[in-house]
Structures are given as C-alpha cells and as structure tokens.
Design a protein around this ligand. Structure first.
Ligand code: MSP
Length: 671
C-alpha cells in the first residue's frame, strides 16, 4: 500500500484475549471497556479504528478445565462464547472483530509463522526440564525461585543441565501467582529469544514511551538486562493446541499461539488480506493488566523482530480490580458478575464507574457503595439534574428554541474559557490514557457550569431580562454539548440522548473534538424533553440495614455457589492436631523447615513447611498445629513429606500457624 504509516488516520487497539474457563467477569469487562473507550475516543476524532477482542482457547489450563467439566475442549470453549459476546454487547462494546484462537484462519497463520521461523533458524528442537505453572501458563526458571512478588518475570530456560540437577530437590512457587508449580520434563521447540536481547534493549531505549505507565518499562529493561534465555514454545504433554508444523507430537505453547492473534486478526498470513494487514499493522495500542506485561513487552516484540514486522506502538498496563484487596479472579471465587450489575444499574453507569473510579495503573477495590455514590452524585446530581433543570425551565418559559447571543456577557466568556481549558485538559489526559484524571478534570468543569447556572438564577432572570435568561440557557447548552461529546466514548447512548435533548444529532465522521475546541459557541438549540438521564440508585434499599451488602452478595453470588463443596468432599480431607516435636532448617532451601510431628496414636510424621522467612525452627518446636495428614506423600529434595501444616497469612503478611484453642490430644481429627 502506498500510504505511509504516519499519514494513516487510523487507530488499531486490542484487549488481551481471555482464557475461556468460565463466563466473563468484571475484570475481563474492565480491559474491554477501556479498549472500547480508546477506540471511540479515536472515532470521535474522525479516525478509522479497528478494535479486536476475543478468546484464548488452547493450552493446559483450558484443557484441564474441560476435563473437570467432563467435556471435550472444543465443546467446552464453545459453551462460553455466547456469554462473552453478549456481555460485551450489553455493555455497548463496539469491537470490530472477535477472534477465537480456534478459528481456522488463526491456526493456519500461526503454523505458517512457525514454519517461517523454523526455516529462518530462530526455532530449534531441544529438551526442557523445569517447572510449569498451569494457572499462568508459564515456564518458570530457577533464578526466580526466591522472588515471589507479582511483578517479577519468569521465562523458559535452556539451562537444562542446571535445571535437571535441581528439579528433584526443590518446591518452586510460581513467581506470579504463588501457586506450586509442577515439574515438566519434555522435548521442546525453542525460540531464540536470547538472540534478541540487545535489539530489545535498543528498542526500549529509542522508545521510552512504549509502556504506559513508564515505571513498568524499567522493570522490563532490568529483566532483559539480567539476561534472556531461549523460550520453550511447544508442549508434548498436552494435545489441546495448534499442532506444530511438521511435528505432530508437539502443540504450540499457548502464548506463542495467543500473542499472534494481534496480527492474524487483521489478516496476517491470509490470502488476499495483505493490504488489510498493511493498513492496520502495527497496532497502536495493546491493553492488558500488569500480570501479563512480560509476555507483551518482551516475547511479543521479539517475535515481531524475528518475523521482520514492525513493533506495535504502545502498551497500556492497567491494575487489577480487587475484592477485599485480592485480585478478582475465578480461581479465587470472588468474581463480580457484570450482568447482575447491568440489571441493577444499566450498562453505562457501570462503564463510567470503571473508568472513573479506578486509578488506571493501580489496583482498585470494587465496591457497590462507591458505584452507587458515583451514579448518584456525579451522574444523577451533577450532570443529569443540570440538563433536566435547564430543559424544564426552558419549556416552562416557552423557550424551546435557543439562539446563541450575538455578544456574550462577561461571565459567559469566562465559562467558555473554562470550557476550552476543560477540553484541552481532557485531551491531554486521554492522550496519556489517564482516564480517571480526564474525568476528574471534566467534572470540575461540570461543577463550574452548575455554579454558574445557580449564580445566575435564570428562574428569576426570566421575569426581568429575557435576553439574559436566554443567554444563560445558551451558555449552559454549549457547555453541556461539549461535555456530552467528550463523554461519548465512555457513555455513548446516554450522551447521544443528552445531545438529542439539545436538539443535536450525534454523527461521527469529522474530528468532533477539534470542532468543540474551536469554542465557536454559535449553536442554536431546539430543546427536547427526555426521560431522566440517570436514575439514582434506590436509597431506600441502601437505608435498609445491609442494603449494599445485599447487592454485593447478589453480584458476587454466582461464582460463590460454584465454589461450594459437599460434606463428603470435606470428609475426604483428614485435618488432625499434632505437636511439632523437632524442627530443623533445610540447608539448601531458603524456604523450607523440616518437621517431625507427633500425632499421638497415629505416630510421628515428617512434614515440610515453607516458612523459613517467618519462623526460626526452634520457634516451632512444642507448638500444636493443624495438619492435613492424608495427602499423598511426595519427595521434596529427596526426602519424603507426609503431610501439610496449615498457616494463614496475617495482617503483616507473616504466615501464622493455624492452631486449636485449649489443650487437645495429638492425633485428634477436626470435625
Ligand atoms: N489469555 C491470556 C492473555 C493472552 S493475550 C495474547 C490471559 N488471559 S486471562 O483471562 O487470564 O486474563 C486476561 C486479562 O483479563 C488480563 O490481562 C486483564 O486485562 C483482564 N483481567 C482479568 N482479571 C482482572 C482483574 N481482576 N482486574 C483487571 N483486569 C483483569 O492472561
């Protein structure tokens, strides 16, 4: 195509593609809403946009979930697709394409891509023996073992001899989610990631704005500087994946499959789609949460470099929605069902809450109380009431058509100046994806308009000076018009309704942000009465004791139910009281303490506890604790562990021993 990338008036934005092990929750919706806001913000400026979201359907995690559900993997993933599409539709998500990694065009393009890299010599076959976290679909190297912070990186290792020596001896926790990893030992294809280390560092240096927020780029650079090892990109232990070209024993590692969705969705590797691909690629923005930063900031650019393709322009890394400060996630059983929220509050107030409440790059706790507060105060009071009061007053005084005055008064000129500043601030924050700041600053302007309207007292003015009265309505109308246009990406239908109430038909095509930035204020409004723009959540329900808790329960209920176990399941776990008779530090481990535990009539058992960080061995001796004693024994560093000691994380993050209150004979089973 003849068009150079800079001359293209286009914007291509993506969300991560979601693992389909359950229906979407508020976390999956969050990234998707952000991407929709970005896409609409660009549309508003007259750009051609392409917005892709979709589902990541292969890999061990999905395969395991399918087995647990008693279904074939394809049947299992198929069963969730409608739920994803309909949740997105209910929340006014206007994606241009929904990609599934099981789509044949994607599978074929990934195979072509692999073949090309094999031919080029960037993929080779070898052996991997190490650790794997199924939850995160992550190969974990030993160098990360002692670091458990969520932001550290892990990767596949080619340091195989070193790994093999240690595999027998260590319990490795995933550096991302903290769960125990499993040992993997298999023949693999490797991608020569190490070859791209210097090129990546050079790229980051030349593109300091590549990652939003900037601080995250530092983490990436430090990690790459510490040395990249080659990346395992195939698995033989699972069959649910894209077959590796020319070697049916292997399937493609789920991340090598999934990351490519960003190019296959716009035509990569497909016949007659070359122009389309050249038009849209590189993507302008990939959006994701912080847990998958490494995959996007390191592997994906390296894959693109190897493929000779331009690197995407930017990535936006947002925080997590949490519940009681814990990541909202299906595996923690604390997910909020967006459909329940939509039924209670409507889609657009929820979109507004997500974008306004969350400080984009930080974690934010979900709360019904905050949501209701936002709807009631920001939307119903500040914005909805202003429109309503203006239109009602105009109708009452037979002023449905309002012309702009020839000469504006002093306070109106001041308001117009505030409006132009608000537009400019909004643009600045949006360009940096600081959505909550953009909305915060816009609301300061909305409050100024309210203050202006109040101070002018148009309901009195109409009796003394009709022109001045009409001028107040016109200035308020112009302010509301600019506000509605800026808010359209966040609440499209509501803002179209607001504009309709001003007699304006919302139409995309030209740069509407530029339009309002000119501050012409020469519009004639033909006012229309509309139903209430935003309804306040019912405070009667709030006043009832536990009103918000009730609602919190109703949005959280569904997944919680799925988490229940039957009494027979509980009975399978033997929880027994025992006293630590001996405790010694395991020399080569920085976590483990070896315990001999006295279970009375049940005898003594050897049990390992990963609590060296929190306790000295002698502190545990003589303590009575609770243990699971019927876990299948397993080898830890060559020694048998015959159970598990229970701990809970205390406020200071120290692990506190679970124990019984009062004296209980050793060997007593908990019931
Ligand atoms: N399948 C991979 C992504 C592959 S992209 C090539 C994956 N899927 S995921 O379903 O586990 O999570 C994907 C994304 O969902 C996260 O990056 C984030 O954008 C969103 N979120 C999931 N839970 C979330 C929260 N609790 N809070 C905010 N976003 C969350 O990783």
């Amino acid at each position: 195509m003849a068009i150079s990338p800079n001359s293209k008036n286009k914007f291509y934005v993506t969300t991560p593609i979601y693992y389909v092990t359950a229906k979407p929750h508020l976390g999956s919706l969050y990234s998707t809403v952000l991407a929709d806001v970005v896409s609409r913000w660009n549309k508003l400026q007259g750009k051609k946009t392409f917005f892709v979201t979709g589902t990541d359907e292969h890999g061990q995690k999905v395969a395991n979930a399918a087995v647990a559900a008693g279904k074939q993997p394809k049947e299992f993933v198929d069963s969730f697709i409608d739920a994803y599409k309909s949740v997105f539709k209910s929340f006014e998500i206007e994606n241009d394409h929904f990609i599934r990694t099981t789509d044949p065009y994607h599978e074929q393009a990934v195979q072509k891509w692999l073949k090309m890299l094999i031919d080029k010599g960037d993929i080779y076959k070898d052996f991997y023996e190490g650790y794997y976290c199924t939850q995160c679909e992550l190969f974990v190297t030993l160098r990360h073992e002692s670091d458990s912070s969520a932001s550290v990186f892990a990767e596949a290792s080619t340091d195989r001899q070193d790994d093999r020596d240690q595999v027998e001896r260590k319990v490795i926790l995933c550096p991302d989610c903290g769960r125990e990893t499993e040992i993997v030992s298999e023949e693999c294809y490797f991608f020569k990631l190490s070859k791209y280390q210097d090129k990546l560092l050079e790229f980051y240096k030349k593109n300091p704005d590549f990652v939003v927020p900037k601080e995250r780029l530092k983490e990436v650079v430090n990690f790459v500087k510490s040395g990249l090892k080659d990346l395992s990109i195939s698995r033989t232990k699972i069959t649910w994946g894209i077959p590796f070209p020319g070697d049916d024993k292997h399937v493609t590692y789920v991340w090598a499959d999934a990351l490519n969705n960003y190019i296959t969705a716009v035509g990569y590797g497909q016949k007659n789609k070359e122009e389309e691909f050249e038009f849209w690629w590189p993507a302008d923005l990939h959006i994701m949460a912080k847990d998958i930063l490494r995959f996007h900031a390191i592997y994906w650019p390296a894959f693109l470099m190897a493929s000779g393709l331009p690197i995407f322009k930017r990535m936006l890394v947002h925080g997590w929605i949490t519940v009681d400060k814990r990541k909202m996630s299906k595996s923690f059983g604390n997910v909020v069902d967006p459909i329940e929220l939509e039924k209670l509050y409507g889609p657009e107030p929820v979109r507004y809450y997500l974008v306004r409440q969350m400080a984009i790059t930080q974690d934010g706790d979900f709360s019904i109380e905050d949501l209701e507060q936002r709807i009631s105060s920001d939307l119903a009071n500040d914005l909805g009431n202003l429109l309503n009061r203006m239109v009602t007053l105009a109708y009452k005084n037979d002023a449905k058509v309002i012309q702009a005055p020839k000469i504006w008064g002093e306070s109106e000129l001041e308001l117009r100046g505030d409006c132009l500043n608000a537009i400019s601030d909004f643009q600045t924050y949006m360009a940096d994806y600081q959505f909550h700041m953009a909305l915060g600053s816009l609301w300061r302007f909305i409050n100024k308009v309210n203050a202006y309207f109040h101070a002018k007292e148009p309901w009195k003015l109409v009796k003394t000076d009709r022109d001045a009265f009409l001028q107040v309505l016109s200035a308020t109308g112009h302010s509301l018009c600019a506000i509605a246009i800026l808010l359209w990406p966040i609440m499209p239908k509501k803002m179209e309704l607001l504009l309709h109430s001003l007699g304006i038909k919302f139409e995309l095509g030209k740069d509407l942000v530029q339009d309002i930035s000119l501050g012409k204020w020469d519009e004639a409004f033909t006012l229309q009465k509309i139903d209430t723009l935003f309804t306040k959540p019912s405070f009667d329900r709030l006043r009832m004791s536990g009103g918000t808790q009730q609602k919190e329960k109703s949005v959280l209920k569904e997944e919680k139910k799925q988490d229940y176990i039957k009494i027979d399941d509980f009975a399978k776990v033997h929880l027994v009281v025992g006293t630590v008779a001996q405790a010694e530090s395991v020399e080569k481990s920085d976590k483990l303490i070896k315990l001999q535990v006295d279970f009375g009539d049940l005898g003594t058992k050897q049990i390992f506890a990963g609590v060296k960080k929190y306790y000295k061995p002698e502190e545990l001796i003589g303590k009575q604790g609770i243990f699971v004693v019927n876990l299948k024994p397993r080898k830890i560093m060559g020694m048998e562990s015959q159970g598990m000691m229970l701990f809970a994380e205390g406020e200071d993050r120290k692990l506190q021993m679970a124990t019984v209150f009062g004296q209980v004979p050793n060997g007593m089973r908990l019931k």
